[in-house]
Design a protein around this ligand. Structure first.
Ligand code: SAM
Length: 453
């Protein structure tokens, strides 16, 4: 049963454009949220079945589901075939398509990135770009690594740093997204805990924290670079008032976006500097609550000098072995880290040492594996990546076998293949198995296995 909404929140929204008190209360009382997913463009190419029909208006890969399935028991969820993401958050795609060229080689920072919804979107949108997905909280940074690995793109670096640490990368990023930690009122329809935890004091605290985060990261944006600010809060203190604070304190030009009437998104304006942002009210648009605003930075420099040392790269024999495992025409560069070989989207190799000097890197690109006496021992990353060689041996599992595989439990297989073989479900890779004469060795990462029965 839905809990009553905090009166203090409702009163604080009273004068906010687009806020309809009765409609807002009603939608919280009568509905329990919408489920939407965003498909992985690179993996869709391998998929043979039909997609749902109900599309999210502002994202070409976004779809609404008629009911919320048990994602844990869908093998495709574990394979990074789609990401469960609020429709509002998927609007980042539309905001980017109006403000930036998708093919550009941009460096993008997603500062508050866990669990990874927006980072996976950014990595698909800017397939030639480099995405730095950062999360300050260590345990959440691990979840971010898991989701980025499953998404499988070769252009993401995961870091675990405080926003302050980015001040040493002055003028470095072309685009910075701050999906700020917030009081979470936008999730009330789905999450009763968010209602009980909400307070005016927390809104104030969040607003101050948002300002601190923005001030910390501002120097790292290059001149004419983009700053995208978003929250899942309706509170003016975390939305419109932050826009005024930003335009008062920094040299930022606010960028209006176009929205279609049928999307039901409300354009709001900050009271002092008239900066615009976009609010998603659940009684007006098919989404949970969301807020976004985009700016262009006017000061700073455009140039960043990279004097960092070079990385170790594979020798000719190693390259020959590696290219048995990755797609030959894939535009990647490969480097060696400890004993592993890692593939990174081309053009970005020189950035890794520089990032290593300034940040704590948890992951970069796609780990291919280690070369031992008998050849490459492939990493899980490679199996679920978008760069694995399509000619590699693969066994199609049915749903029951796939779930056993993902639980790391026994299952039968009638197949004569030997050695490392990809386990796949509906054409999408789940991971590696090693097929031996009388047993299957399951290489699915133990820490990511399904624990529920
Ligand atoms: N962008 C994510 C996505 O789309 O999946 C959701 C991000 S969530 C709204 C905000 C994130 O900010 C959380 O992961 C939280 O751990 C992190 N965070 C909390 N306090 C922070 C701080 N002081 N500085 C930076 N990030 C912080």
């Amino acid at each position: 049963m839905a809990l009553p909404l905090p009166e203090a929140l409702l009163s604080s929204l009273q004068n906010t454009k687009g806020f309809d008190r009765n409609g807002f209360i009603k939608v919280h009382e009568e509905t329990s949220g919408i489920t939407s997913v965003r498909y992985n463009p690179d993996k869709l190419l391998l998929y043979k079945n039909a997609l749902p029909e109900d599309k999210v208006g502002w994202n070409p890969y976004g779809f609404y589901l008629s009911e919320r399935p048990s994602f844990t028991f869908d093998p495709l969820f574990h394979a990074g075939f789609y990401y469960v993401q609020e429709a509002g958050s998927q609007f980042i795609w539309e905001a980017l398509s109006q403000t930036s060229d998708r093919n550009e080689k941009v460096k993008v920072l997603d500062l508050c990135a866990a669990p990874g919804g927006k980072s996976t979107l950014l990595s698909s949108y800017f397939s030639n770009g480099l995405i730095i997905a950062n999360e300050v909280i260590k345990s959440r940074a691990n979840i971010l690594v898991e989701n980025i690995t499953k998404w499988g793109t070769d252009n993401v670096v995961v870091t675990n740093n405080d926003p302050q640490h980015f001040s040493s990368l002055k003028n470095y990023f072309d685009i910075v997204l701050i999906d700020a930690p917030c009081s979470g009122s936008g999730l009330f329809r789905k999450d009763n805990d968010a209602i009980t935890e909400w307070s005016e004091d927390n809104v104030k605290l969040c607003s101050l924290r948002q300002q601190r985060i923005l001030a910390d990261v501002y120097p790292s944006i290059r001149q004419n670079g983009l700053l995208i600010y978003s929250t899942c809060s309706y509170s003016p203190q975390e939305d419109e008032e932050i826009l005024d604070w930003l335009t008062d304190n920094f040299s930022l030009e606010n960028i209006p976006l176009e929205t279609r009437e049928e999307w039901g998104i409300t354009q709001v304006e900050s009271s002092k500097n008239k900066a615009v942002g976009y609010k998603f009210y659940p009684d007006k648009t098919r989404s949970e609550g969301f807020f976004i605003s985009v700016f262009r930075k006017k000061d700073g420099e455009v140039f960043y000098e990279n004097n960092a040392k070079k990385l170790a790269v594979p020798n000719r024999n190693e390259i020959a072995e590696i290219y048995n495992w990755i797609e030959i025409q894939q535009p990647v560069q490969i480097f060696k880290h400890n004993n592993s070989f890692i593939a990174l989207n081309e053009n970005w190799l020189d950035e890794i040492p520089l990032l290593q000097q300034n940040l704590y890197l948890k992951k970069a690109g796609v780990t291919i594996g280690e070369i031992k006496n008998k050849g490459l021992v492939p990493a899980h990353d490679l199996a679920v990546s978008t760069i694995f060689a399509k000619v590699l041996p693969r066994v199609e599992l049915d749903k029951a076998q796939s779930l056993q595989y993902l639980k790391r439990k026994d299952f039968e297989l009638n197949d004569s293949l030997k050695g490392f073989v990809l386990a796949s479900f509906e054409g999408i890779n789940l991971g590696w198995m090693k097929l031996l004469p009388n047993r299957i060795n399951n290489y699915y990462p133990n820490e990511w296995r399904i624990l529920k029965d």
